[in-house]
Each structure stands twice: as structure tokens, then as C-alpha cells.
Design a protein around this ligand. Structure first.
Ligand code: GLC
Length: 423
């Protein structure tokens, strides 16, 4: 076990550029939003101050309207597409113009709870919570204009599950005409068979061009995007962060933030029920632009276990994890192996991702589903044993896929291995 921690620590240090950490050199040479927050959890085990810094750096690039971008382009690197010139967001330090799962509130609360340096933790919580809360307010204002309690993503990259099967039908409404010619870089760093297809990439870029033409005005983007999806996993992360922010804000005396966060969490958690699907025994996405549920059994609906969902739902999700496990070797496949569209090695269409495993296991453990949480942890560690610290893994064979020496995978390993000490 100790050697896992040492190897993981080495990867985190190798990918550390001082005030932020790249997901892996080459394929992802900048700072990514949810990567950084989850990375901080791993860094915290050997350097508390450095972990806080990771999140501080991210939040320093928050937009005036509250949005926290999915990529911060701290320095130039032409090995990645789409770079700052394509996004054209006009920021002094360039950033992308879309966001990513809001896991910062959860991460900050977890760091605070574990901190040995309580003075630093208190100072950081008081500095970061108002910013994180502003981001949450932005979500409910700009991505839930009708006040349903749940927010929509307007680009697949926002979900963090770039090429999920969930997007296949809604993506058919996104055109490709007028997409300027471009050259992908990802397929030069990783096996093209593991990456999204060219047709998907053209639609990703079409959406970026649309948002750019709307001048990145977040009061206009949601309603104008042909792609508006209420993703249960994405919302669960946001709602869990809201409830963690509520708890921590109350502890450090930020009462107004605590009260509003509590109400975001309560309203959203009740609204999640509309995404439950009895056929699959899990939550599914809702296509807000088409006004219909998307009958696609992806990991997103299981990741919902991360929020404070009702006990009967957590129990059903634990059963669902076991059912999916019986269809492959390693939990938890990012798409049901029995469903159409499953692809064992292509990015988010089947492979196992350790960060998702970590969040599902955390939610299930909180809900008392400890056996299944433990199984997810064991499978995750076996994948490391078999494939090293990869970006993601084939759930049937355990083969490493995508980038290697991956930061957040390393961070999650430290978390998994240390769990018994912390619990
Ligand atoms: C890919 C993943 C996304 C992640 C990024 C950096 O785009 O789909 O979730 O944040 O890589 O690791």
C-alpha cells in the first residue's frame, strides 16, 4: 500500500508547476477545474499549504459574473486544441468560456475537516467560500433561469464526460456547418481509438463558435444553446458542494452563505427525483432543449449517489453498481456494458475513471452502503496494480487507456489507500 502512495506522490510532484498541477504533461498542459479540486485532496496528504494553493489558483481566475472556467491557460502551449485563440474570451490570463463540475465546495470542506494546520484552514475557508458561493449563485442564475432547482450544461465538456453516449441524440441537433477548419492535437498524444470521434469534435467546436459569437454573455448562452442538458451527476456534485459549503460556512461564521447554500441543496435534491428511471434503476439525463428524458444508462446517474439523495435511492444505486459489475470485471463502467453505444476503451463510453469511482464510493459510504463502497475501492486499486496511474481503464480487461501518469488518478489512489486511516 505504501508504495502506491509513494508512486502517486511522485506523479503529483512531477505534474506540479508550482501554483497549479497539469492533468498530465503533453495531452493536457494547462490547469483544469475539477482536476485541480480533486488533485488538492491528494496533495493534502503530504503538503497542506500546496493543496490550498491549487484551489486558490483556480478561484483566482473566476469571471466577474461568478463563472469558474474549465481551463486556465496559464502559459502558451500549442500542443493542445482548442487553445485561447479559439475560445477568445478576452481574459488577461486566457481561459475557456465554459465551466466544469463544481466540486470545489466539497473539496474545500474535506480539506478543512482534515486540516492539521487549523489556522491556515480557517483563513482559506473564509477566503474561498464567498468565491465558491458566487460560482454556485451563477449556476442557479444563468443555468437554471426558470428556477427548477437543477442546472443545465450547455457543452459536453462541461459535464467532464466529453463523449458520453448520453449526448448522441442531443448532439444530432447540433450542426457542423460553418465550423472553421482545425487540427486536433489530442490524437497525437493518445491512441485515437480511445478518443472522441472527428464528428463529435466538429460539434464541440461548433458550440464554442456559437458562444463566442454571443460574446460569452452568460445571460444569453443558456437559452441560445441547442445543447441544454440536465445531467444528474453534474447536479449531484453541485448539490453536494452546496451542502458542504452550507456546513462549513456556518462553522466559520458566514451565515448568509450558509443559509442560501442550504436552500440550493434542498431545492435541487428534491428536484432530482424527476430524473429517476425505474427501468434502469438509476437516474438519467433530461434534455431541456427537447423537453424529454434521455434513456441512456450512463455513470452520471450513479454518480448522483454523491448528493444527499433519499435512502431508497442510494440503496438502489448500490444494487445497480453490483449489477453493472456483474457485466464486466472492474467497477464502475462509465456506461452500462449491456446497453447500445458501450465501448470498453473509448473515453467516457465505457471505461472506468477513478475520480468517478471515488465520488460514488464516498456517497454510498455516507449512505451506509459500505460493502459496495469497499468493492469500488478494491476494484480501483486493482486497476492501478494492473494498469498503472492511467487516465482511464478498460472495464473488461483493466488495460490502461488515454494519458499516463495522470494527476487526479494519483490523487484518488492516495485518497483510497488512506481512507481506512482517516475513517
Ligand atoms: C478530459 C476529461 C475531463 C478532464 C480533462 C482533463 O477532457 O473528459 O473530465 O477534466 O480531460 O483531465
Amino acid at each position: 500500500m505504501q508504495s502506491y502512495i509513494q508512486s502517486a506522490e511522485e506523479i503529483l510532484k512531477k505534474n506540479d508547476l508550482g501554483s497549479y498541477t497539469v492533468p498530465t504533461h503533453g495531452l493536457y498542459p494547462f490547469q483544469w477545474n475539477w482536476d485541480s479540486c480533486l488533485t488538492a485532496l491528494g496533495q493534502f496528504h503530504f503538503n497542506e499549504a500546496r493543496a490550498w494553493r491549487e484551489i486558490e489558483t483556480l478561484m483566482a481566475h473566476q469571471w466577474d459574473d461568478g463563472m469558474v472556467p474549465h481551463i486556465i491557460f496559464h502559459k502558451e502551449d500549442d500542443g493542445y486544441f482548442p487553445g485561447p485563440d479559439v475560445w477568445a474570451t478576452g481574459r488577461q490570463v486566457p481561459t475557456s468560456g465554459i465551466t466544469q463540475p463544481a466540486v470545489a465546495g466539497f473539496a474545500v470542506n474535506r480539506l478543512y475537516e482534515r486540516a492539521k494546520d487549523k489556522a491556515l484552514a480557517g483563513e482559506m475557508a473564509r477566503a474561498l467560500l464567498p468565491k465558491i458561493h458566487k460560482w454556485h449563485q451563477w449556476f442557479f442564475r444563468c443555468r437554471d433561469p426558470q428556477g427548477t432547482g437543477l442546472v443545465a450544461i450547455i457543452h459536453p465538456w462541461e459535464s467532464g464526460r466529453d463523449n458520453s453516449v448520453d449526448w448522441d441524440v442531443p448532439f444530432s441537433r447540433v450542426p457542423t456547418d460553418g465550423v472553421l477548419p482545425f487540427q486536433r492535437r489530442d490524437t497525437q498524444h493518445a491512441n485515437p481509438e480511445h478518443r472522441p470521434t472527428q464528428a463529435q469534435y466538429e460539434r464541440y467546436i461548433w458550440l464554442v463558435q456559437l458562444f463566442r459569437s454571443l460574446k460569452w454573455d452568460n445571460m444569453a448562452l443558456h437559452d441560445n444553446s441547442p445543447f441544454r442538458i440536465v445531467d444528474p451527476g453534474f447536479n449531484a456534485i453541485l448539490l453536494r458542494s452546496c451542502s458542504d459549503v452550507a456546513k462549513l460556512a456556518a462553522e466559520v461564521g458566514l451565515e448568509a452563505i450558509a443559509a442560501e447554500s442550504r436552500s440550493f441543496a434542498q431545492k435541487g435534491t428534491s428536484a432530482m427525483e424527476a430524473l429517476w428511471d425505474d427501468d434502469f434503476g438509476q437516474y438519467i439525463c433530461f434534455d431541456r432543449a427537447a423537453n424529454e428524458l434521455i434513456k441512456s444508462p450512463s455513470i452520471s446517474g450513479i454518480l448522483a449517489a454523491f448528493a444527499d439523495i433519499p435512502t431508497n435511492r442510494s440503496q438502489a444505486l448500490a444494487e445497480r453498481v453490483l449489477q453493472l459489475s456483474s457485466r464486466c470485471t472492474y467497477a464502475v463502467a462509465s456506461h452500462d456494458p449491456a446497453a447500445a453505444g458501450f465501448d470498453a476503451s473509448r473515453y467516457w463510453r465505457g471505461p472506468v475513471w477513478l475520480i468517478v469511482n471515488y465520488m460514488i464510493a464516498d456517497g454510498l459510504r455516507r449512505a451506509g452502503q459500505t460493502d459496495v463502497a469497499e468493492k469500488i475501492k478494491q476494484d480501483s486499486l486493482e486497476l492501478i496494480e494492473k494498469g498503472g496511474f492511467a487516465e482511464y481503464y478498460n472495464p473488461l480487461t483493466g488495460a490502461a487507456c488515454g494519458g499516463l501518469e495522470f494527476t487526479w488518478t494519483a490523487a484518488m489512489v492516495i485518497e483510497f489507500v488512506s481512507q481506512s486511516e482517516i475513517a
